[in-house]
Design a protein around this ligand. Structure first.
Ligand SMILES: [Zn+2]
Length: 309
């Protein structure tokens, strides 16, 4: 059974669709079926232009198929390059070169902590309540990652970015054998972060692609040890209170922004090492966007008041 544009009404926020059974003109009323659906976690239908909905009966259940229109290979917004550093405190730091934005992961971690605790309190780990909490946790994670990837891609479109460079954490995990790995243990839940980063990279890739933005993964090697202003590398560089301080050119940078800028520069023709003559104030003063639970979106820090998860 197919429903064309006039025959359905889609509500992405509540993941439901109203299928019209047609009008009864005599009685001046229309009849419809309200379907609440569950999409695969990596699919976000708010992004798509739905042309048609089909209801298919298969193996004792009804399945909905959404037929969407998409543009193949859209023109990129511009030639600019942005870099993304993924981390623990700041889930993502983005450098646009001359401007930087931080996306703290606090809301995600709070949800995770709260729901894990609640789940531990349930008597039976196979119970209905435990399953409900699991579903809720997955939904919260998924929503956070969708919203974050969308916010970053929108930021790229606004700033004419055609290439988005992402630091590949896979490289870091492989470093384990060389004893160079970051000490994840001190920072929290490796399971969450391994899961979240991989999922996030996938979401970012397909949302960027839809805007014509090319996503490149580069190794994160040395991106936290090098000064993004002068290129000086310091193996003993210590990050204190989230700041990177260069002993060579005295640049002070937010450590995650410094990492993001180094990642960005990996695909640029080498131009960075001009001795720190440029105005580098933006490295130390990133904009901060927090996840606003009540709105379900990221907003400048001043506008967000988050209550208990
Ligand atoms: Zn420097």
């Amino acid at each position: 059974m197919s429903f064309k544009a006039a025959g359905f009404k889609h509500d992405a926020q509540f993941t439901r669709v109203r299928l019209s059974k047609g009008r009864n003109l005599k009685e001046h009323r229309s009849d419809f079926i309200l379907c609440v659906y569950q999409a695969r976690p990596d699919v976000d239908l708010t992004e798509w232009d739905i042309q048609q909905v089909r209801a298919v009966y298969k193996r004792d259940e009804w399945r909905l198929q959404f037929v969407c229109r998409t543009t193949i290979d859209p023109e990129p917004p511009g030639d600019e390059v942005a870099g993304v550093d993924l981390g623990i405190c700041n889930f993502a730091a983005v450098s646009f070169g001359g401007e930087s934005v931080l996306y703290p992961g606090g809301a995600l971690k709070e949800d995770e902590y709260y729901l894990t605790k609640k789940r531990a309190e349930t008597d039976d780990s196979a119970s209905r309540e435990a399953k409900r909490l699991d579903r809720k946790r997955t939904a919260r994670r998924t929503h956070f990652l969708h919203t974050l990837s969308k916010a970053i891609v929108e930021g790229c479109v606004e700033r004419d970015v055609g290439t988005l460079v992402v630091g590949d954490l896979g490289g870091i995990r492989e470093d384990d054998e060389n004893g160079e790995a970051r000490n994840w243990g001190d920072h929290g839940n490796l399971d969450l972060h391994g899961w979240a980063f991989d999922r996030f990279a996938t979401l970012l890739d397909y949302k960027a692609e839809a805007e014509g933005i090319d996503v490149e993964l580069v190794s994160e090697r040395d991106t936290s040890k090098s000064c993004s202003a002068c290129g000086h590398m310091d193996d003993n560089q210590r990050v204190e209170r989230g700041l990177y301080v260069c002993e060579e050119c005295d640049t002070v940078a937010n450590a995650d922004v410094n990492g993001a800028e180094n990642i960005r520069q990996k695909v640029l023709p080498s131009l960075a090492t001009d001795g720190g003559d440029r105005d580098n104030g933006w490295l130390a003063q990133p904009g901060v966007r927090l996840f606003d639970r009540s709105e379900g979106s990221f907003a400048p820090r001043e506008q967000v008041v988050n209550r208990e998860p």
